[in-house]
Ligand binder design. Sequence first.
Ligand code: COA
Length: 373
Amino acid sequence: MNQVVISGTGLYTPPYSISNHELITCFNQYVNQFNADNASAIAAGEVVALVESSVEFIEKASGIKSRHVVEKNGILDPLRMVPHIPERPDDQPSIMCEMAVNAAHQAMERAGRTAQDIDAVIVACSNLQRPYPAIAVEVQGALGIEGYGFDMNVACSSATFGIQAAMSAIQSGQARAVLVINPEITSGHLNWRDRDSHFIFGDACTAILLERADMATSPHQFEIVAMKLKTQFSNNIRNNFGFLNRADTSGIGKPDKLFRQQGRKVFKEVCPMAAAMITGTVKQADLQIEQIQRFWLHQANLNMNLLITRNILGRDATPSESPTILDTYANTSSAGSIIAFHQHQDDLAQGAHGVICSFGAGYSIGCVVVKKI
Ligand code: COA
């Protein structure tokens, strides 16, 4: 079997950022307008009054201070609260393709690779803007890559499950090098009017280039030492949007066709699962947890990450051991742990070990132990 390395990563950050203050100003305007418009029905007990959101709650409950988005005005218009993303003609690149190509070019440049060196493209993310043709095939064409491409969705664990798919293709000899790309436009499936979750997501795209170890020449290589995936069915994070929606018109536009979650339950159930996966994968790599110098964790909630690292280390992790990017990116779904990996890897010495761990809807958890070469 061929040995596999991660030889380059890339990150596309959308140009707009929304602070908690901006978000709350819009949300509370919406709430106050709704309550004013429905004052008599609320007084009669026929409609439940909406409750304001707050900057303090968001920062305390999640650690999020701002988030990047592909379009801001539509989200911050209290009469709309949905991004403006105009449809494009079929002969123009899709927005997901555009983000993917941008991140992919960075990953290829870091790895010192061109399209001729790569045999496959996997686009792995939580929401794909169309069912077909696959975004991956469009990206493959835009980059000029021969071979094949396909899309996959394992929600917030799409990137780590994509790494597993790429690794298998390289190990078996199917491909020399594979690009795994995670374009996340979470602003399109977040319910910006839901007090419980309106603050949690942001947009971004990451790219990871994996190669046969014996061919890689990149100065930024990480050997994949061990890998574990796990899924367990749960309805606690769910989105019922899909092609069958049109077959029952009564459900069209209802909140269940957007992201929704039981945040408390997710927190309680996923933290121990993620901690056990990390411990198990590190053991599988024949390493002690003390030998892991960096934890690039899924970036959903700061308190979750503090709890997970405390559980596996028996003490608090330092900010350098478990870097945080969710403060300025929020939860970028599958891109989150890869943004942390991309931004916090260059200071590691040769031989250092680290763990990439994602967790999210499904439930799905992916854990990758890597060693800096
Ligand atoms: N502004 C102000 N107060 C709010 C609020 C808001 N936007 N949303 C909720 N609250 C209030 C609630 O009404 C509740 O008040 P009460 O105690 O008087 O009933 C209190 O804050 C706690 O609400 P809760 O929803 O239990 O908050 P939480 O501490 O669980 O934090 C999350 C919410 C979403 C940040 C947290 O549950 C979480 O991050 N869970 C995991 C999410 C995750 O990782 N998802 C994966 C997605 S892919």
